[in-house]
Design a binder for this molecule. Sequence first.
Ligand SMILES: [Zn+2]
Length: 171
Amino acid sequence: MPITPFHFGPGAALKAAAPGNFSFTVFAFSQVLIDLEPVCLYFLTGDPAHPYLHTYLGALAVALLSVWPGRRVCEWALRVWNSRMSPAQARWLAFAPSIGLREALTGAFLGAYSHVFIDSFMHGDLYPLAPFSQAGQLVQIVSIETLQWILVGFGVAGLAALALLRSRGRI
Ligand SMILES: [Zn+2]
């Protein structure tokens, strides 16, 4: 982590940049999946560590699981989400419930790999190139506050761009 939702910011920006080629839902699924690692380890051992999934090798497993079965889980979640909308809400907040394979692949791989990269700035126990190398740590290059503001900035810009695209009927 930064707390998982901070990672959604770049996802919103990516969705705005390439709306037809990128699944934000699969991106978000990969964020939650990868952060189950420190959450589960915290409950099991008391230490929210990042040893396996928070590596570029582990991110491959996260990305593949996000494509399958994650893509199907996301399509189901979108159907449930859409079914709860009033027509007025659906105008802004409903989304096509089917996710193409290319959208799923970009969402999953950009999600998992951006997560490890961003977390590399935060956690002293995170070795992104493990088990091959102890290199790749980026801690203390920027403060956690700066990093979080950057992620929020991506999120605000992405949401604004998405709202604009929706208002013009582009998404
Ligand atoms: Zn994380």
